[in-house]
Design a protein around this ligand. Structure first.
Ligand code: ZN
Length: 176
C-alpha cells in the first residue's frame, strides 16, 4: 500500500537532474575510479585524511555510500546508497539511480588519479613517456596538468568503453 507512493516519489526524485559530481565513501573507491574514467568529477574518501572527508562535501555533490545510516537528509547531503558489491554492478546501479544518460559521459576526459581534466597534448611533447609500441601506433595523447600522467586510447580504454556501452544497451530492467 505504501510502496507505490514511495516509488512515485523516488521516480520524481531521480527524474529531475541531479548533480553529476560525486564524493565516494572509502569502500566505494573502485566505483569512484570508474566515475572518473567516465569523466565525472569525483572525490574519493581514501584520498583524504581520516575524518576530513564528509564535512567537506558541498551540496553540489552526490555522496555515494554503503552506510545505511548516512542515507536521508540527516547530514544535509544528496546521498545515494549503493547496494551492489561488485564495482561493475555498482556502476550500473549508480547510472540508474542518478539517472545518468549516455550523453552525460565524457569517457577518458579526466585523470583517474587526480580527478583533474586531462588536456590534449602534441605527440612530440610526450615522446619517451610511453612504450615504443604505443608511440608507433597512437596519434592522440592527453596529459594531466597536475600529475603529468599521459593518456592515450589503447586497448584497455576500448574494453572499458565497450563495457559502458553494454551497460546502456542492457534492458533498463537490469536492476541489480
Ligand atoms: Zn593526474
Amino acid at each position: 500500500m505504501v510502496s507505490p507512493l514511495i516509488n512515485v516519489i523516488d521516480h520524481r526524485l531521480f527524474a529531475t537532474r541531479m548533480p553529476t559530481t560525486f564524493a565516494a565513501e572509502r569502500t566505494l573507491g573502485r566505483l569512484g575510479k570508474w566515475l572518473r574514467l567516465m569523466g565525472f568529477d569525483t572525490l574519493l574518501e581514501s584520498e583524504y585524511p581520516k575524518g576530513a572527508f564528509i564535512q567537506g562535501i558541498g551540496p553540489d555533490r552526490i555522496f555515494l555510500t554503503r552506510t545505511q545510516r548516512y542515507v536521508g537528509t540527516r547530514m544535509g547531503l544528496n546521498t545515494i546508497f549503493i547496494r551492489a558489491n561488485a564495482p561493475a554492478d555498482q556502476v550500473v546501479e549508480l547510472i540508474r539511480k542518478a539517472a545518468i544518460r549516455q550523453e552525460d559521459i565524457q569517457a577518458f576526459s579526466r585523470c583517474i588519479t587526480c580527478n583533474e581534466r586531462i588536456v590534449a597534448v602534441a605527440k612530440h611533447a610526450v615522446r619517451g613517456l610511453m612504450p615504443d609500441y604505443v608511440w608507433n601506433t597512437q596519434a592522440n595523447f592527453s596529459t594531466c596538468p597536475k600529475c603529468g600522467r599521459v593518456y592515450w586510447k589503447g586497448s584497455h580504454t576500448e574494453r572499458a568503453m565497450k563495457r559502458l556501452v553494454e551497460i546502456f544497451r542492457a534492458p533498463s530492467g537490469a536492476k541489480k
